[in-house]
Design a protein around this ligand. Structure first.
Ligand code: FAD
Length: 295
């Protein structure tokens, strides 16, 4: 393994300026669970690793009780998300995903920002956040900007980040009252498994009925980037949410997916599982809405 220098900035500006001054030979590291694997396997050989872990204010969860906006720091670990009672009670779709990332040891160090920036189609952290319409705050040498998470991914391993930019926050907008959301990672094993397919569904019901006011269906490993299936979402809006309508939405989502054969699974099987899981997660959304109304 090639040797590298490890730099520990204390502020965002320091991190950005270190990145600039070392040009293409520097890269950021958060938990290191993707970066270090790539360095040891020889896929990456940076001269400088710039740690983001010691920058103040990047590892916090903040629910603004007045606006209902939930803010997740880019350096928050999956374990922190998993153990948060706000996540478990108010954003169970995030809990569904993070509790099955890697192992406890991985979740203790791996961050949500690293998961998004790594930008693999199987990133478990991305799908629930897309279903929740999350935005990212990004900081770089020209200041701060914000981008919808669904537009963040450009291709496998590629994002809209410019050189030296840092994902500082994930902003989850206020949730409407009758919202249910659920994620399932589907793989062959229960732990230490990347998903064969990942399905996140969010449904908002109209007041006093089971009619759908808003739907989000996000898929992982169904295309070169995480995607939303717009035809399936449009189909659900205005319809009663039942097993039958969810079944139809599942079929539309499967048709819209761009799954392919890989060592972990064949395209036809992935497509079938998209249909099955969209229906299952849709029913789970209904169940969660009922449970929250019974509280
Ligand atoms: C054994 C094992 C099991 C795994 N299981 C899963 C799994 O089940 N599901 C899953 O989705 N992933 C899994 N992963 C992948 C990995 O753990 C996650 O993607 C993790 O969230 C990456 O976070 P990190 O902090 O370790 O990122 P790092 O490795 O530190 O960084 C990843 C990339 O993001 C960049 N980066 C990191 N943070 C920022 C930031 N805030 N702003 C800008 N750039 C940044 C780095 O420069 C690098 O390019 C697994 C990995 C291992 C080794």
């Amino acid at each position: 393994m090639k040797k590298f220098k490890y730099l520990i900035p204390k502020t965002l500006d320091e991190a950005v300026s270190l990145h600039q001054s070392h040009g293409g030979s520097a890269m950021y590291v958060a938990g290191g669970t993707d970066v270090i694997v790539k360095i040891t396997s020889g896929k990456l050989a940076p001269d400088y690793l710039i740690s983001l872990k010691h920058i103040d204010g990047q590892s916090q969860l903040e629910l603004n009780t007045e606006t209902g906006v939930f803010c997740i720091g880019g350096l928050v670990t999956h374990r922190t998300l998993e153990m948060s009672s706000v996540i478990r009670l108010q954003y169970p779709i995030i809990h569904d995903a993070v509790q099955r990332i890697g192992s406890t040891q991985i979740r203790n160090v791996a961050t949500i920002g690293g998961n998004l920036v790594n930008a693999v189609p199987s990133a478990d952290g991305a799908i629930p956040l897309i279903a929740l319409d999350a935005r990212l705050n990004i900081y770089g040498s020209t200041g701060e900007r914000s981008v919808d998470l669904i537009h963040f991914f450009q291709g496998p391993g590629q994002t809209v980040l410019d050189r030296g930019e840092i994902v500082t926050k994930i902003i989850v907008p206020k949730q409407s009252k009758r919202t249910g959301a659920a994620y399932q990672k589907f793989g062959r094993r229960a732990a230490m498994e990347l998903p064969l397919i990942g399905v996140g569904v969010l449904i908002i019901l109209e007041e006093g009925s089971n009619r759908c006011a808003k739907a989000r269906i996000a898929l992982g490993v169904a295309a070169p980037t995480p995607i939303r299936t717009l035809s399936a979402e449009r189909y659900l809006v205005g319809r009663e949410i039942t097993e039958d309508t969810l079944n139809e939405a599942g079929k539309l989502a499967a048709e819209e997916s761009r799954v392919r054969d890989s060592v972990r699974g064949l395209a036809w099987y992935r497509r079938e599982m998209v249909a099955v899981l969209v229906q299952r997660m849709g029913m789970k959304c209904l169940q969660r809405i009922k449970e929250s109304e019974g509280r």
